[in-house]
Design a protein around this ligand. Sequence first.
Ligand code: 3EB
Length: 308
Amino acid sequence: MAELCFRFGAPNAYARVDEGQVLTLGLSNALLAGPGEERWPLPGRGEIERHDDFLIWRGERGMCGVAAVPVGDRNIEGVTEQLYTTILTLTDGLVLHRFWNFIPQINQPVGELDRYMCFCTGRARAFSNPTNPFTGEELPPASAVGTHGDHLCVVFVAGPESLTPVENPLQVPAYEYPPKYGPRSPSFARAGVIDATRTLLISGTASIRGSESLHPGDFESQARTALENIQAVSEAAGCPEWLAGGGTHRSTVRVYVKDAGARLQHAAWFERHLPVGIEQINFIQADICRAELLLELEACAVPHEQGE
Ligand code: 3EB
């Protein structure tokens, strides 16, 4: 079966096809704890082809793409705009379900801004292209974290199924962040529900309330706040029970942690505070888009009746 595969701890990022049907993104981000390799099934039959910077899986019922692009001296804004313009062209007629972004040296200053803000500007430009403009309310869930080396990595998943974007009542929608966080606000929803399967996709979630970072320097308080955000967005999505446990969903969680040195304490904390029965929890080293944030986590939860 075709799959999207994430691997961690590669010396250099790469996008490639494994075993004929496995679209693989290798990331330089270290695996800190957990089983590592993550595999996401791609539905039905499909073919793999190259398109600009992307390796694409094009199926009868959906599309997935992975890119690992060396940025070199080019500005990240231009590269990002180009990648997202390609995605929007390729997925015309489909619904975007999920993005992942890995940004080299994400906190590095660029004049008055930083690399994440430049990434956001390029992405926002693509989404506001006059031939295919997106309003905030149509944006899918996403994650955006740092990576080492020189490769900007982007993954998208799209399909014919409608997706209902979900916002967190405790947080300002990212697409409405004030200019303090960058000239163009981030283009993503806090979560999304694929209506046909009731699959809940939760975006990268950090210790942010309203639009402010909370608890700089305090890992446990940040982790609690991020989990409260996940609980709030799950409730808003109509799935209040999945984080509470009780085995209603098949869930996977990815935790991005900035400080690899404290990986054992950090993993132990989450293992105590996440519900039992999560199928897979990976802890990945990554810098977060605001330098004061020490962690971010994302999740996918599939209701049991849809799972098998
Ligand atoms: C935040 O809430 C934290 O730019 O695509 C989380 C998920 C974050 C996705 C993105 C950024 C993104 O603003 C950072």
